[in-house]
Design a protein around this ligand. Structure first.
Ligand SMILES: Cc1cc2nc3c(=O)[nH]c(=O)nc-3n(C[C@H](O)[C@H](O)[C@H](O)COP(=O)(O)OP(=O)(O)OC[C@H]3O[C@@H](n4cnc5c(N)ncnc54)[C@H](O)[C@@H]3O)c2cc1C
Length: 485
């Protein structure tokens, strides 16, 4: 979750892009590009081309003349940013580069997206969308964000199975890092992917699908940006559904401990927010599906927690206007699954985030282990969130073959303090074999990381097939994934 919503540019971007979202009627999902080859657009930031509709949004990524991530804690190692507007441009550009990284919406807190040479943005390729109502799939251009896609899908009578805490993230970036929401039965967002189109290091276009290439496909979906440039993704859809969200305050840890499974399965998506103080969970967010037109009359108490009588921010002291509607007001799936609303007034994003996945069977022990650190954690913490995620088959997903619980930390933006805390937390969680979120901050050693992914060497082999020279690798990947393999 986020305490602070993202930069102003994205609010604008969501509104505009939705208006221009374009259905492509005779477009073959994952087939050859239907668009004509436009004039190549090279954006060396700080260029004079601010007025260009492609360049201007990319320039909005600059703060203090520097290209940084959303939170501003990572200053990228190059400002060379090429904006492709077609598959053909992607192919040509990739062929010419010795080394590059794709930048999505820059929401990772670590250096997984960093490049010392060259960035490629697909932001200008964020409008094509192909619905296949019969197959119940939608194929999207990889630059698209969930914020752009979801209202459109809903207007056509469809929905995705789950969303993260905010809708501003690119679909390709989110799936590449196993981004997740919550829900006992809900896999991470990448589990909705049924096919993808990718440009390999040689500039060749590869199509992979769950149906035809199961093994390779499972290796490629959570690809950490290491296999190639994803240019299209096909996602499973389901009929649109309505939801109600209720928030309860003050659940004791002992209730949680006694009834963890019942609490987690009480709604379609459950989030537990805690500051770890006073042995309690500050807020329990229950997101219920309203299938069959029913509405729920939620009880006043939920395992000892009291139903809130006003909309709440995960940090109760903060105003809730940026948060999705609560108090049981029915609304569409895409306005209830995230914690934060589309179209909110964003702030600077002054926070850091870390998150650890542990196997579901260790949930309570892991939660109690972190709770024991409450005094150390408190000065740096804004809020923690506990979520549940179903198991999947995606090789580099932290939920590969195991249902997980995640313990998330939204930190004050004070890396010196946070960097001292993370090893302490990681040590406490070590007995439960934690896996850090690929897009958030951690200090676990590469050896620890590598030993916790049984498919890691298969993943390394797969990336060598598509990228033999390591064109798409960077320091983060070389250190955490490829070293020693
Ligand atoms: C405020 C906030 C809230 C968040 N909430 C959640 C949450 O609820 N749950 C959760 O799990 N995570 C959450 N995250 C983390 C976030 O979902 C991930 O960091 C995700 O990767 C962001 O996508 P992005 O496009 O911004 O990624 P970027 O940082 O731009 O890129 C991430 C990786 O994907 C690769 N990539 C991007 N696009 C492509 C492409 N087209 N082809 C190949 N590789 C590509 C990049 O090279 C990089 O390796 C949150 C982050 C923030 C800042």
């Amino acid at each position: 979750m986020s305490v602070h919503p993202g930069p102003a540019f994205w609010e604008h971007s969501i509104t505009c892009s939705y208006l221009f979202l374009k259905e492509v009627p005779d477009y073959t999902p994952l087939g050859p590009a239907a668009t004509s080859v436009n004039k190549r657009t090279f954006v060396k930031l700080l260029s004079a081309a601010v007025a260009s509709p492609i360049v201007a949004p990319l320039l909005a990524w600059m703060t203090d003349g520097k290209l940084k991530n959303w939170a501003g804690n990572v200053e990228y190692s190059t400002e060379q940013l090429y904006s492709a507007t077609s598959l053909e441009q992607v192919k040509q550009f990739v062929q010419k580069q010795k080394s590059l990284k794709v930048l999505g919406t820059r929401h990772c807190f670590n250096k997984i997206a960093d490049s010392t040479s060259q960035f490629l943005s697909l932001k200008a390729m964020d409008q094509d969308v192909v619905l296949d109502p019969q197959a119940r799939t939608v194929t999207v251009a990889a630059g698209m964000s969930y914020g752009q896609l979801c209202p459109f899908l809903d207007s056509k009578g469809f929905a995705l199975h789950n969303l993260a805490s905010l809708p501003h993230i690119s679909i390709a970036g989110a799936c590449s890092t196993a981004t997740h929401g919550s829900g006992d039965k809900n896999g991470n967002l990448a589990t909705a992917v049924s096919a993808l189109e990718m440009v390999t290091a040689a500039g060749e276009v590869v199509h992979l699908s769950r149906q035809q290439d199961l093994e390779t496909f499972c290796g490629a979906v959570v690809g950490l940006g290491a296999l190639g440039v994803i240019t299209k993704l096909t996602l499973d859809m389901q009929p649109r559904f309505m939801m109600q969200q209720y928030v309860y305050e003050n659940m004791t840890l002992s209730e949680l401990k006694e009834h963890f499974d019942a609490i987690e399965s009480a709604a379609y998506s459950v989030s537990l927010f805690t500051d770890w103080q006073k042995e309690h969970i500050n807020e329990v967010w229950l997101k219920n599906r309203l299938d069959g037109g029913r509405t729920l009359d939620a009880p006043k108490e939920f395992f000892g927690a009291k139903r809130a009588s006003r909309n709440l921010h995960p940090i109760a002291a903060l105003p809730a206007e940026n948060c999705t509607e609560q108090l049981g007001v029915p609304g569409p799936w895409y306005e209830r699954l995230p914690h934060f609303r589309m179209g909110f007034t964003p702030s600077a994003g002054k926070e850091l985030q870390s998150e650890y996945f542990v196997a579901r069977e260790h949930a309570i022990e892991a939660i109690l282990a972190v709770e024991r650190l409450r005094e150390q954690v408190a000065p740096s913490l804004m809020i923690s969130e506990i979520r549940a995620i179903a198991a999947d088959d995606l090789w580099m997903s932290p939920c590969y073959k195991q249902p997980c619980v995640t313990i998330h930390f939204t930190w004050k933006q004070d890396w010196p303090s946070v960097s001292r805390l993370l090893p302490v937390i990681e040590r406490e969680l070590a007995p439960f074999n934690p896996r850090p979120h690929w897009g958030k901050l951690f200090t676990m050693t590469p050896a620890q990381l590598r030993s916790s992914y049984e498919k890691l060497s298969a993943f390394v082999q797969l990336s060598r097939k598509y990228d033999p020279q390591g064109k798409f690798r960077n320091e983060f990947l070389n250190t955490n994934v490829f070293a020693g393999s």
